[in-house]
Design a protein around this ligand. Structure first.
Ligand code: ADP
Ligand code: MG
Length: 149
């Protein structure tokens, strides 16, 4: 298995297309990090841990969507990480460190935003349950993460 996959880089600005309004903001990984570290895994939704090097530096559960980036005419992949936590402030430009631990599901088309949001809620629950398993839980303390809270 290719996991865990560790990726890090500066959070980049996306289209601001509704993530936040839907209550599911996604921090975009830099294009270079995605094309280098994530070229060998299928598009879809993944779970794991994420740390933002701004604020409290806590390592938190995350779900990541790996898809095609319309900005690059769908020739490049985009990696967008939703951290399962309510942040007070945005953290554009900060370093994000992500440990991808497994696949949740393939990408799907949705007939409405409501159905998309409903599915992401299920992904979030699945991620939390999976991360409780010991082999996943202990990655939280991996040296890849910088002295967590
Ligand atoms: P964009 O299109 O710029 O990615 P989003 O609506 O997806 O816009 O918002 C993403 C931004 O929101 C992140 O870059 C980050 O600064 C901020 N943010 C706040 N809370 C979270 C969170 N829980 N997970 C991910 N990003 C968050
Ligand atoms: Mg986003």
């Amino acid at each position: 298995a290719p996991y865990p996959i560790f990726v890090h880089g500066q959070v980049t600005k996306g289209f601001g297309r509704g993530g936040k309004q839907l209550g599911i903001p996604t921090a975009n990984l830099p294009e270079a990090a995605v094309s280098q570290a994530l070229s060998h895994i299928p598009i879809g939704v993944y779970f794991g841990w994420a740390q933002v090097l701004a604020g409290d530096h806590c390592v938190r559960p995350m779900v990541m969507s790996l898809g095609w980036n319309p900005y690059f005419k769908n020739e490049k992949r985009s990696g967008e990480v939703h951290i399962i936590h309510e942040f007070k402030d945005d953290f554009y430009g900060a370093e994000i460190r992500v440990a991808i631990l497994g696949f949740v599901r393939a990408e799907r088309d949705y007939e409405s935003l409501e159905l998309l949001v409903e599915d992401i809620r299920v992904d979030i629950e699945a991620a939390k349950v999976s991360l409780r398993r010991e082999p996943y839980w202990r990655i939280k303390d991996d040296q890849f993460f910088i002295s967590s809270c």
